[in-house]
Design a protein around this ligand. Structure first.
Ligand SMILES: Nc1ncnc2c1ncn2[C@@H]1O[C@H](COP(=O)(O)OP(=O)(O)OP(=O)(O)O)[C@@H](O)[C@H]1O
Length: 451
């Protein structure tokens, strides 16, 4: 006997499958059309790579179309025709066409950057679309670099865009980076960060570095003027288990948009020589409280393995292997500030602990309850950042002679707190303890609890 219900359900299922296949085919055909149009409009990526050392002839004049298109930035006093021409003759390489690379590329192309290189080895996935705003539903499955090129050429067909749909690694990095003026690190892993840093130091290219995770982002420019490089700040990589990426921790698309747009701004400033470039400073953005903090980071490390006068690393290394290595207490990667802004725990113990001073512990109250140094006062970082601590310590802060020492668990939050207080009281002698309570246990009092 025929089971008509089963047949009907099979019929519906088949119809649905056919509709899905048709939609998929349409998407792929559309992809193909766009890709062919993009290839016809620009050069083919691999061919282009062979001739990637050819420098384009510099443009000395703006066209009428340029004048009409860029009029709103041309009338900016510090930008003007010369700025636009510099941008038109510039070439920027973006590594990673993901959450940061997409908005960065969009603003650079819109602003009239003449030559753009896009690198990404990956293909567009649906889970990328919430933040990787140059890609689209029907380009899922396409190379990210090609997909971005299609969207960017729609925005500005005058930009010369070269795609490198591949992994950038120690074998090809020098060759790929050499023809560009500025590099944007929009990647998402530590090995690529070290690789780009080292290659950029060796080739003397400024590196605009951005990162975003959850609701937070960071930005700085390495290798610009006398500023530090990534290795000056992080001489050794963090333990692999301490690194979280967007796939594990999540990220809000608007946060990557904010950081990516700022990377484009810094690249434009570097190219044009405009304003104060974010070199030697680190921007920390907290999207949930909408706080932007700008902290001064250390100058060049005199014994930096790659950018010092006598570098130990003079050619690119195996970065995957290098990133399997751990940070040590001796070479603390959180040692962000100028040396004279910080205090070693031993120095504090020997010279200051018995003298009049104010010792502020910036950990959250729950942690302060676990253990605390004698005579320390708990002022959580949040109270410092929203300035409510000012009510409690106005008198001491006005007294420039009274040293103030800040500490926390590992010496990270205390640096942020010092910077914040220093912004308000630049003349005050405020220091924080390098390595915080962990260093205290390690170097001064082994019986002090560690958690
Ligand atoms: N060495 C590298 N060479 C080329 N592309 C790289 C390299 N390292 C990272 N990328 C690219 O940088 C981009 C970073 O983007 P993003 O941070 O948004 O992460 P994603 O890999 O797309 O995230 P998800 O984990 O959600 O798939 C990715 O597209 C990745 O393929």
């Amino acid at each position: 006997m025929i089971d008509s219900e089963a047949l009907e359900s099979e019929r519906v299922k088949l119809k649905r499958d056919i509709a899905d296949l048709r939609a998929n085919l349409n998407r792929k055909e559309q992809c193909l059309r766009e890709l062919e149009a993009a290839i016809a409009a620009g050069e083919d990526s691999d061919e282009a790579e062979e001739s990637s050392n050819d420098m384009p002839t510099p443009q000395t004049k703006l066209t009428n179309d340029d004048i009409a298109r860029y009029s709103r930035q041309l009338i900016l006093q510090d930008f003007g025709v010369q700025g636009q021409l510099k941008l038109k003759n510039s070439s920027v390489l973006i590594v990673g066409m993901g959450g940061l690379g997409c908005p960065a590329a969009q603003y650079l192309v819109a602003a009239g950057c003449g030559h753009l290189g896009l690198i990404d080895y990956d293909e567009v996935e649906r889970s990328n679309l919430h933040r990787q705003i140059l890609h689209s539903e029907h380009r899922c499955g396409m190379s990210k670099a090609e997909s971005a090129r299609i969207a960017l050429l729609e925005l500005n067909s005058h930009c010369q865009i070269r795609c490198h749909s591949r992994l950038i690694n120690s074998m090809n990095a020098m060759h790929i980076i050499r023809p560009y003026d500025v590099v944007l690190d929009c990647s998402d892993n530590v090995a690529t960060r070290y690789l780009l840093n080292d290659a950029c130091v060796m080739l003397r290219k400024p590196l605009v570095s951005g990162s975003a995770l959850k609701m937070d982002g960071q930005l700085t420019v390495y290798g610009y003027g006398q500023g530090p490089c990534y290795r000056c700040i992080y001489p050794v990589p963090p333990p692999p288990e301490a690194v979280t990426n967007c796939g594990d921790g999540g990220v809000l698309g608007a946060v990557t948009g904010i950081i990516g747009a700022m990377q484009a701004l810094e690249a434009i400033k570097v190219i044009i020589g405009l304003g104060d470039v974010m070199s030697g400073r680190l921007l920390i953005f907290d999207g949930s409280s909408f706080m932007f903090r700008n902290i001064r980071i250390r100058t060049k490390r005199p014994n930096c393995h790659v950018c010092s006068a006598q570098p130990l690393i003079t050619e690119l290394i195996d970065y995957e292997m290098f990133c399997g290595m751990h940070a040590t207490d001796k070479d603390n990667p959180l040692d962000l500030l100028e040396p004279d802004q910080r205090l070693e725990v031993k120095e504090y113990h020997q010279k200051l602990q018995s003298q009049p001073h104010l010792l502020l512990d910036v950990r959250p109250p729950a942690e302060f309850e676990i253990c605390q140094l004698p005579r320390s006062i708990n002022v959580p970082l949040s109270e410092i950042l929203d300035d409510s601590y000012l009510k409690r310590f106005a008198k001491q802060l006005e007294d420039k002679e009274l040293p103030i020492v800040l500490l926390c668990r590992r010496g990270n939050d205390s640096q942020i707190a010092v910077q914040h207080i220093k912004n308000r009281f630049p003349a005050h002698s405020i220091r924080d303890l390098v390595g915080g309570l962990h260093a205290w246990t390690g170097s001064v009092d082994a019986t002090f609890p560690i958690y």
